[in-house]
Design a protein around this ligand. Structure first.
Ligand code: PMP
Length: 369
């Protein structure tokens, strides 16, 4: 290792995912079911709003909390959703990732423990460790449910935060209102922070999305425009929660990200007016197509949201199975990227139907062998 690399940076390993992409780079016409973003493009009116912003000179830093019209709109949306949360403030972050990073930096002291479900979004353990915290993954196999009893069993005197993600990456599983209520109330009783990563909140297919903030007014919610409006490269997210915590996060944002890109924030205002029903209905249909296509061939949990399915591999090693799939031209992600277990794999159904049909066909062949 280069002598300048910090222990912090040196301690991370991203070789698993890189290995997948190296293998993929060799493929000519891959069936790509690995992508973690929508397959539609940013709606035109949002593009136009950002272009207008650039052309009319809105290119400077914005206030660190975000441009006022966007922040105000978000604040009034949040106030409407959480009446009675007198102390709930909103700010605009540099993507959901920026919000997650700031939430760790502003709340986690060295040695503090952060509980989250395994399988988990890849960034979670890395972010916790970057801040000197201790990741405490709670095994949620085989059905990936949020079980308050398991969360409670993982709590110690050092537990500082419970990090929730529903709908979840990589499983697509959505927590029920009752499950969220139990965990939210448990955290409130024990004085533990709840951080809710709601980036997939719009992709909720079978019932209404519910936030743990409904049951615990101290919940810190992180959401953004990346997935809902296919704006992953624009880096606009937002965070809301108790004002003192938001102020701490803003202080750190000022000294790090500074602000979300200003033209993209003007695009985000327009995005708040765009109806997503058509896209979402299409994604529900894609979910059904993949589940129908695979359910007789693989052990899988039907995802209630996001755009992922997380089936069990038909052989012992999920990563060996994924290598086999990739060698046959199908790009999927091994479950051990998101988990301490290596038994499953992630499919993204944010792909054109034709790609989904080809992928299902190949997965059926692979299951039979
Ligand atoms: N949280 C989860 C669960 C995600 O899947 C992702 C994107 N893959 C993010 C956060 C990051 O999103 P953003 O582009 O807003 O940083």
């Amino acid at each position: 290792m280069h002598p300048w690399i910090s222990d912090r940076a040196g301690s991370f390993d991203s070789s698993g995912i890189r290995r997948v992409f190296d293998l993929a780079a060799k493929l000519k016409d891959p069936i790509n079911l690995s992508i973690g973003q929508p397959d539609f493009d940013v709606p035109d009116e949002i593009k136009a709003a950002a272009i207008d912003a650039i052309k009319s000179g809105k290119n400077a830093y914005s206030p660190t909390q975000g441009i006022e019209p966007l922040r105000e709109r978000l604040q009034s949306e949040v106030a409407g959703k959480y009446p009675g949360h007198e102390d709930r403030d909103v700010f605009v972050s540099s993507g959901t990732s920026g919000g997650l990073m700031l939430s760790m930096l502003s709340m986690i002291n060295p040695g503090d423990e952060v509980i989250y479900l395994d399988p988990f979004f890849v960034m979670y353990p890395a972010l916790v460790q970057m801040c000197g915290g201790v990741p405490v993954p709670v095994d949620s196999y085989p059905d990936f449910r949020l079980d308050a009893a398991k969360i409670e069993a993982a709590i110690t005197p050092r537990t500082k935060m419970i990090l929730l993600n529903s709908p979840a990456n990589p499983t697509g599983v959505t927590a029920t209102a009752e499950e969220l209520k139990q965990v939210a109330e448990l955290a409130a009783e024990r004085g533990i922070a709840v951080v809710s990563d709601e980036i997939y909140s719009q992709f909720h297919y079978d019932d209404e999305f519910v936030s743990p903030a409904t049951y615990n007014d101290q919940t810190i919610v992180i959401d953004g425009f990346s997935k809902s409006h296919a704006m992953t490269g624009w880096r606009v997210g937002y965070v809301h929660g108790p004002s003192e915590v938001m102020n701490a996060m803003l202080k750190l944002q000022q000294y790090s990200f500074v602000c979300a890109p200003q033209p993209a924030q003007w695009g985000a205002i327009r995005a708040m007016e765009v109806r997503l029903d058509g896209f979402l209905a299409d994604y529900r249909r894609k979910r059904d197509l993949v589940v129908e296509g695979l359910k007789d061939y693989y052990e899988l949990t039907v995802p209630g949201g996001a755009f992922y399915v997380f089936p069990k591999a038909p052989v012992e090693s999920g990563s060996a199975f994924v290598e086999e799939a990739i060698s046959r031209g199908l790009l999927i992600i091994p479950g051990n990227i998101f988990s301490s277990r290596d038994s499953h794999f992630r499919i993204s159904f944010a792909a054109p139907d034709e790609t989904l049909h080809r992928g299902i066909e190949l997965l059926r062949q692979l299951a039979k062998r």
